[in-house]
Design a protein around this ligand. Sequence first.
Ligand code: HEM
Length: 188
Amino acid sequence: MLAEKLKKDTLQSHQQLEKMLVGRMKAIRSKEDYVKLLQLFYSYFGGLETLIDQHIGQPELNDYAERRKTQALADDIKALGGKPMPKADGENLPEINNALQAFAALYVIEGSTLGGKIISKMMAQQLGVNDGKGLSFFNGYGEDTDNKWEYLKNALNKLTKSSDKDKLVTDSANETFDKFKQWAEKHT
Ligand code: HEM
């Protein structure tokens, strides 16, 4: 099944990205530092979303409109007194020319709601935030996060019927992770 392959075949690129981000998050001491992290997510995920929107809508994924959007990141940035930075484009993004590549990028974005649980706890602790201000994006779908993840995995499993197509999706998901790491390295 595609969802399982995605998990297995992107494990390494997820771990590399996670390691780098955890290092950065541990160093966050102020709201200004945290705003920089939010800007990183806003600019990369925002760029991805612009491309994904050209290939995925309600017909391709029933609950797409209800899914978390980068607007939540812009709101978090503003709530903390910052300004969103320009979105990534061109070579800084993976190739997204069709629905399969768009689903691969969506897998990466939506999967970050799982790590987001850890990120929001870490940030709340380090910044002493107890009203959730600036944490809406990393809180994902709250108690609905696991359900939404299961729903997406189901949709992914119905998406392809050949291992060639599976490979296209896993390659694309790896490219999405790797380009995020490169984007983060450019914006230290
Ligand atoms: C510091 C950061 C991160 C931590 C600590 C982290 C941690 C985790 C954990 C614990 C899971 C497994 C959750 C579960 O199975 O219930 C997970 C899954 C996942 N994360 Fe992360 N993550 C981080 C950042 C990210 C980012 C930035 C992205 C995307 C750009 C991402 C994408 C994913 C994906 C796609 C999965 C799903 C794997 C699968 O089951 O197919 N993660 N993450």
